[in-house]
Design a protein around this ligand. Structure first.
Ligand code: ZN
Length: 119
């Protein structure tokens, strides 16, 4: 099983069931919704909405606190809940707010970061 999310250029590839089309995180071999056995990478195109945000002050390895404290945002990617950080944090942050994901750097790792999206 590949380590998701996968990157293809600027595209974000997430595990999806070929039989029912639902997102499957963290992937796996069998879809828990339809029993399909073809879970593979699919291009995520949106939409995304903010579910919640928390500010992390401590308990994180020093190597990950380069800009700490920092916010972790939970977003819904169309049936898939995803945790990430902001690439550009809106102020204020509202539950249900539309956002999108774009690749960015967290420490020395590429990771999809959240960006606000105008309604
Ligand atoms: Zn399925």
């Amino acid at each position: 099983m590949p380590a998701y999310p996968l990157r293809s250029g600027d595209d974000i590839l997430l595990p999806s069931c070929a039989a029912c089309g639902r997102w499957r995180w963290p992937g796996g071999e069998i879809c828990r919704d339809c029993g399909g056995v073809t879970i593979g990478p699919a291009r995520w195109t949106g939409p995304a909405t903010v579910l919640a945000e928390v500010r992390v002050h401590r308990g994180v390895p020093a190597a990950n606190l380069e800009h700490g404290p920092y916010e972790v945002v939970a977003i819904d990617l169309g049936g898939l809940r995803f945790l990430t950080r902001w690439g550009e944090r809106p102020d204020p942050v509202r539950r249900g707010q539309r956002c999108t994901l774009r690749w960015g750097r967290v420490g020395d790792t590429d990771w999809p970061l959240a960006y606000p999206q105008d309604a």
